[in-house]
Design a protein around this ligand. Structure first.
Ligand SMILES: Nc1ncnc2c1ncn2[C@@H]1O[C@H](COP(=O)(O)OP(=O)(O)O)[C@@H](O)[C@H]1O
Ligand SMILES: CC(=O)OP(=O)(O)O
Ligand SMILES: [Mg+2]
Length: 410
């Protein structure tokens, strides 16, 4: 058992790797960074050591293996290499944990094989997570590698929220049910929101809107997830950067039988060429808002479709929870796009929901409330609307560190 107090967290996405090295004694970020556009011609690595100047390398990273080797070299250059005895564990974000993994788990060959078996239900994510694990294990075979699953937090959903209304025997045979994703973020943000309100997570009902490249909503009651918008795969629910979100399954039959598209072509269409990208040719919300402001009709439609879906989930989860104490916006779009937040709750004063335009326009990395104390009508704003930056890496580090310590005590 290592005496180390540091955890390296790897969050490997489909074309990027985010990482942080955290000292668990005081939560200090010793280094953090990002490799993006892996597999493309113009890749980029940004590495930020604590207290030092940010370093950038613009070069091609042919695959995740090459990206992770470059990350290891950057860390070593700061004297924070993977060979450090101070490392206690490497924590990995793993997107799909299926039915089996509902807790942080030390990765063995057998665990890795199960994560591999789940690739068909997380085709954009689990392969990248697996590469991250393999590279890290090769570099430090002696160190505990811990998987923290996106699906875990949602395992508490009641059966009626997790079920699809299809033949039960078929569903059970193929483990077809709603798993939900971004759980580490929903868990972290729902707790941080309770703290922001000065309350115990056990007392509050929160709607969390995680709006990044992938996007999902969750209804959290007393610290437990009771519903979430993603399903068997990270395709269901909100309109995303390149994913359609909710769609009539009949569309798949129609495109296959009448449109002549293969199942693989439809998979590619709905996962990689739909969502905002499919509607207007851009998947970056900054670009879409800029184009819409200039009067571009396609960008406006993409924005409006995105907002309409978001509003349906806010209304739906209001009904699911019965009483809502807070709505928390998080991830790239949720933390940064004030117009998205304003449009998502516009006209909901009857439900006790509003944002204050001035508070909404403040730019900050701190969790903050953006609803007014009083509604324009004079009634009370019963629901706090908040911006709560997510920190999946810190949450993964905490869970990984807690697990290796528990294991060492037994
Ligand atoms: N200032 C901003 N305004 C609007 N959207 C932004 C801004 N900054 C980032 N985003 C959006 O955030 C998205 C990425 O969010 P992020 O949570 O980092 O995603 P992921 O973790 O899925 O890669 C980008 O696609 C971009 O559209
Ligand atoms: C599960 C998921 O959609 O993750 P991301 O937002 O990182 O693509
Ligand atoms: Mg993310």
């Amino acid at each position: 058992m290592s005496e180390g107090t540091r955890v390296l967290v790897l969050n490997a996405g489909s074309s990027s790797v985010k990482y942080q090295l955290i000292d668990m004694l005081d939560g200090a970020r010793l280094a953090s960074g990002l490799v993006e556009r892996i597999g493309e011609a113009g890749g980029r690595l940004v590495h930020a050591p604590r207290g030092g100047a940010e370093r950038e390398a613009v070069q091609a990273f042919p695959d995740h293996g090459a990206a992770l080797k470059a990350v290891a070299e950057e860390l070593a250059a700061d004297g924070l290499g993977l060979d450090s005895p101070e490392l206690a564990a490497i924590g990995h974000r793993v997107v799909h944990g299926g039915l089996r993994f509902t807790e942080p788990t030390v990765i063995t060959d057998e665990v890795l094989a199960e994560i591999r078996r789940l690739i068909p239900v997380a085709p954009l994510h689990n392969p990248a997570n697996i590469t991250g694990i393999e590279v890290a294990r090769a570099l430090r075979p002696d160190l505990p590698q811990v998987a923290v699953f996106d699906t875990a937090f949602h395992a508490s959903m009641p059966e009626y929220a997790a079920r699809y209304a299809i033949d039960r025997a078929v569903a059970d045979q193929h483990r077809v049910r709603r798993y939900g994703f971004h759980g580490t973020s929903h868990q972290y943000v729902s707790r941080a929101t309770a703290r922001l309100l000065g309350k115990d997570p056990a007392e509050v009902n929160v709607i969390v809107l995680h709006l990044g490249n992938g996007a999902s909503a969750s209804a959290v009651s007393g610290g437990r997830c009771v519903d979430t918008s993603m399903g068997l795969t990270p395709l269901e629910g909100l309109v995303m950067g390149t994913r359609s979100g909710d769609i009539d399954a009949g569309v798949v039959f129609h495109l296959h039988r009448v449109g002549g598209l293969s199942i693989d072509a439809i998979d590619d269409l709905l996962n990689r060429r739909s969502g905002l990208l499919g509607l207007c040719g851009d998947n970056d919300m900054r670009e879409i808002m800029r184009r819409a402001d200039e009067g571009d009709a396609d960008a406006r439609l993409a924005f409006d479709t995105y907002i309409h879906r978001l509003r349906k989930y806010i209304g739906g989860y209001y009904a699911v929870l019965g009483r809502v104490d807070a709505i928390a916006f998080t991830a790239g779009v949720g933390e940064n796009a004030a117009p998205v937040r304003a449009a998502a709750v516009a006209g909901l004063e009857e439900l006790g929901i509003a944002v204050d335009p001035e508070l909404n326009s403040v730019r900050s990395r701190e969790p903050r409330i953006i609803s007014p104390a009083l509604l324009p009508s004079g009634g009370s704003a019963r629901v706090a609307v908040a911006v709560v930056p997510t920190d999946e890496e810190l949450e993964i580090a905490r869970q990984a560190f807690a697990l290796v310590h528990r294991s060492s005590e037994n």
